[in-house]
Design a protein around this ligand. Structure first.
Ligand SMILES: Cc1cc2nc3c(=O)[nH]c(=O)nc-3n(C[C@H](O)[C@H](O)[C@H](O)COP(=O)(O)OP(=O)(O)OC[C@H]3O[C@@H](n4cnc5c(N)ncnc54)[C@H](O)[C@@H]3O)c2cc1C
Length: 488
């Protein structure tokens, strides 16, 4: 039976393994770290299982919901659809009629107070300005500020993009990070109208907006192990792939230390790793140099999630929405906050919650720290970061006293930066990979960092492997089962 090796046991690699479960091939997933899941992980804080990484699944795309359905799992919807912006020291509602921060309703923008009256007046000029010419890819900030002014970029678009990419709108590609809006902007002279064309019709007051996010009852961090089991693949952790080479009939991977390398032969390989390891693994592969160069052009943002637990009575007012974003121009360490127990009410109801005082439940708050270029901030120790996050939260919400519990999760090289030129970079990678039979790539580096986008690339990689079953080599993945071990 043909042998497919998937390098990387994050959501992308594991989803690819799952999509190959009935392909009539033997599949092996090699994960370098001691645990599966990559950016998906869950652990307990104050007795509640809370995600440490990704926590929300977008349900308006079919890929994530479809995979969860295939696994027979149940999703729970977010308990609220509202969110806020903490800007100029005031909590203000995030306008509903906006697309990734680009407002479509100037009246609502003015009422929100997120931008100043001058900022609203400048944004309104979008409706009359002639078309904004652009030659090729541009940054989000360049295009949006030309249409709607700098304040809309700084106070709305940048915080929303920062929440997804931990990146800066001055660097991120309009075509790659907001593809639907970029396409609509080619059909509409006004960017506000382009944004409006992508929004559902305004909900009648009696029909509240439907949540676009959901999660798994035990956290999205429970998904990797379930996927691994249901894929039927051989899954190994602590199996860092150090080299990839072409053989006459397929591929040979080297796992383990230089002193005791283990060789694994495969008919096909899926690289489900971030850009840098993908580039390193392809460095010695003839014909891959264009992909290696393109992978080398990727930047990554590091970040940390500081999770804090408080008694509800510590808050002067119960937070009403799912959380708030913080514009970088305001100079705070925390860039986004999720009120986890408000966004996911089931976290309050779980048996795991400390029941010592049910009238005063424990609220969990996730604070996201670190934008691209803020690595120095992340060099602080855990206690420092937790203190910084708690102080920011107190300034924004008035929460009293120290948290009951804290947890700091560091995500080094967490999010690929889709900077200007990203689509062309990815096209170069895909063209080079297409010339290497039996090789496919998937993951967050290509068509979107969200889980559904990662799953879509995993499906495409699995389909590509199915379609290129030309090579017939045989190897086994389990140590001691036909794997060539040698010392050189
Ligand atoms: C803090 C945080 C919060 C997020 N929140 C959300 C959210 O709420 N919703 C959402 O949709 N998305 C969210 N995202 C984005 C999303 O989680 C990621 O983009 C996605 O999980 C990436 O999956 P992946 O499998 O492509 O890559 P990864 O998760 O990075 O997995 C790649 C795996 O490859 C392994 N690896 C690397 N090199 C090798 C090698 N040489 N050999 C073997 N293994 C190797 C790594 O150890 C890793 O486990 C969030 C991301 C972060 C960091």
């Amino acid at each position: 039976m043909r042998h497919v090796v998937i390098v990387g046991g994050g959501i992308s690699g594991l989803a690819a393994a799952f999509f190959l479960r009935d392909a009539g091939v033997r599949v092996c997933v090699l994960e370098g770290s001691p645990r599966l899941g990559g950016k998906l992980a869950v652990s307990e804080i104050a007795g509640v299982a809370v995600d440490e990484g990704a926590e929300a699944l977008l349900v308006t795309r079919p890929e994530g919901v479809g995979l969860i359905g295939d696994l027979g799992l149940r999703l729970v919807a977010a308990g609220t659809t509202s969110a806020a912006i903490w800007t100029r020291q005031t909590m203000r509602p995030l306008p509903r009629r906006q697309f990734m921060g680009v407002p479509s309703d100037m009246g609502e923008l003015a009422a929100s107070g997120v931008v100043s009256p001058d900022g609203v007046a400048r944004a309104e000029r979008d409706l009359d300005l002639p078309a904004t010419e652009r030659d090729g890819d541009v940054s989000v900030a360049d295009y949006v500020s030309a249409r709607l002014g700098r304040e809309v970029v700084d106070r709305l678009v940048d915080p929303l993009l920062g929440g997804v990419y931990a990146g800066l709108s001055a660097e991120l590609s309009f075509d790659a990070t907001l593809p639907a809006l970029a396409a609509a902007s080619r059909r509409h002279r006004s960017l506000a109208e382009a944004a409006g064309s992508l929004l559902p019709p305004p909900a009648a007051p009696a029909s509240p907006a439907r949540p676009v996010f959901s999660t798994l009852p035990g956290g999205l961090g429970t998904l990797p192990d379930i996927l691994a089991k249901e894929s039927g693949a051989t899954v190994r952790t602590g199996a860092m792939v150090r080299e990839l080479a072409r053989t006459g009939q397929g591929w040979r991977l080297t796992v383990g230390s230089a002193a005791a390398p283990e060789r694994i032969d495969a008919d096909a390989v899926i690289l489900a790793v971030p850009a840098r390891p993908a580039g390193r693994l392809l460095a010695g592969v003839p014909g891959a140099s264009a992909a290696v160069t393109a992978f080398g052009e990727f930047g990554y943002a590091s970040m940390a999630i500081v999770t804090l637990a408080y008694r509800r009575s510590a808050f002067p007012e119960l937070p009403a929405g799912s959380g708030y974003l913080v514009p970088a121009v305001d100079g705070h360490a925390v860039k986004a906050v999720t009120f986890s127990t408000v966004k996911w009410p089931h976290l309050l109801n779980t048996d795991l919650v400390d029941q010592s005082d049910p009238r005063d439940p424990i609220d969990i708050v996730r604070c996201s720290v670190g934008r691209v270029g803020e690595e120095a901030l992340l060099q602080r120790d855990d206690a420092d970061l937790a203190g910084l996050a708690a102080a920011d939260l107190a300034a924004a919400t008035g929460v009293q006293g120290a948290p009951l519990a804290t947890r700091v999760t560091r995500w080094g090289g967490a999010l690929p930066q889709y900077t200007v030129g990203h689509l062309e970079r990815v096209a170069r990678i895909r063209a080079a990979i297409a010339d290497l039979p039996g090789l496919a790539v998937c993951g967050a580096a290509y068509d979107g960092v969200g889980i559904p986008a990662c799953i879509a690339t995993a499906r495409a990689a699995a389909d590509q492997v199915r379609a290129t079953q030309a090579v017939l080599s045989n190897g086994l993945c389990q140590p001691g089962h036909g794997v060539a071990r040698n010392a050189g």
